[in-house]
Design a protein around this ligand. Structure first.
Ligand code: ADP
Length: 295
């Protein structure tokens, strides 16, 4: 099974023709509440891709908390280790304009309480085939989980998003770093993804940089870089493409596939997701991914 430690947010999305300027009020067209957060999104992606997945995270004792927990349950994610804490759930306040541009305020809420692991969390991580991590929770929590995985010999896959400086101890406990091209550039100061990926190999053994419609780039110590193409599709909403990729990649790796092969299957999963609206809502199921990937 796969363990995920990370954020769970309710996305509060306002769709408007043009985003308001400071001091301005505009009338929007539509409002939606959509379960999100990178941790929860990766958990849903992995569960739909066919793995048994447990989510370690926190929601608040508010209505969103109840809704977020049941959305994960509904996607088949094990929520036994989800804590409900005093105070609000994490929320993302998103304004999407007609050009597809967005402006976002994230308020971490309950996610900010994830600074330590419970004995149950540690046991879950230690018995997993892989641990998926991102950076929308406190760094102490991310580091504790990565170190618990390393102590148990569990493969850790870290999506370094949102981009922020990574402590050397975290990189030392990471097996696979999975940035998109912007995060790779932010981490290294190198705008070229291939240069950035090579520089990151000083600190982690394997790196996959996702490149949007240009696919992904795999580099490992002592091996030739491999470019995995994206599928040629018409994208309608790329939100959550990277999280879909991460979840599917983890599943393929846990089933014993080598990385370039796993990345190709993950690109089929994310190609399906970008053709449909929404983040978690657009994530494909196992049979769809296998059909798209031609396996
Ligand atoms: P993020 O969502 O983190 O920014 P990317 O945009 O790099 O991540 O997308 C992750 C993966 O999703 C890519 O490696 C690619 O396989 C797939 N993908 C993203 N955008 C498209 C697209 N327009 N067409 C086909 N596949 C895409």
């Amino acid at each position: 099974h796969i363990a995920v430690l990370g954020s769970i947010n309710m996305d509060l999305v306002a769709y408007v023709a043009k985003a308001p300027q400071r001091g301005e009020t505009v009338t929007g067209r539509e409002f939606r509440t959509l379960p999100g957060g990178k941790g929860a999104n990766q958990a849903v992606a992995a569960a739909r891709a066919g793995a048994t997945v447990s989510m370690i995270g926190a929601v608040g004792n508010d209505t969103f908390g109840t809704q977020l927990r049941s959305a994960l349950d509904h996607s088949g994610v094990d929520t036994d280790l989800l804590r409900t804490v005093e105070g609000p759930s994490g929320t993302a306040h998103i304004v999407v304009d007609d050009d597809g541009g967005n402006a976002i305020v994230v308020i971490p809420g309950a996610n900010d309480t994830l600074t330590t692991l419970s004995p149950g969390d540690t046991a879950e991580i230690a018995s997993a085939a892989a641990l998926l991590l991102q950076l929308e929770i406190p760094m102490e929590g991310v580091l504790a989980a990565a170190q618990a995985a390393r102590a148990a010999g569990v493969r850790t896959i870290l999506t370094p998003a949102p981009a922020r400086p990574l402590p050397p101890e975290l990189l030392a406990a990471t097996d696979l770093l999975l940035p998109n091209e912007h995060e790779a550039a932010a981490l290294t100061g190198l705008p070229d993804p291939a240069d950035a990926a090579r520089a990151l190999l000083d600190q982690v053994p394997e790196v996959v940089v996702t490149l949007g419609a240009a696919g992904s780039l795999y580099v490992a110590r002592g091996a030739e870089p491999v470019t995995v193409p994206a599928r040629r599709v018409t994208a309608v909403d790329t939100t959550g493409a990277g999280d879909t990729f991460a979840g599917a990649l983890a599943v393929a790796l846990c089933e014993g596939n080598y990385l370039p092969q796993a990345a190709s299957w993950a690109s089929a999963a994310s190609a399906l997701s970008v053709q449909r609206p929404g983040a978690a809502a657009s994530m494909p199921y196992r049979t769809e991914i296998d059909t798209e990937a031609g396996v």
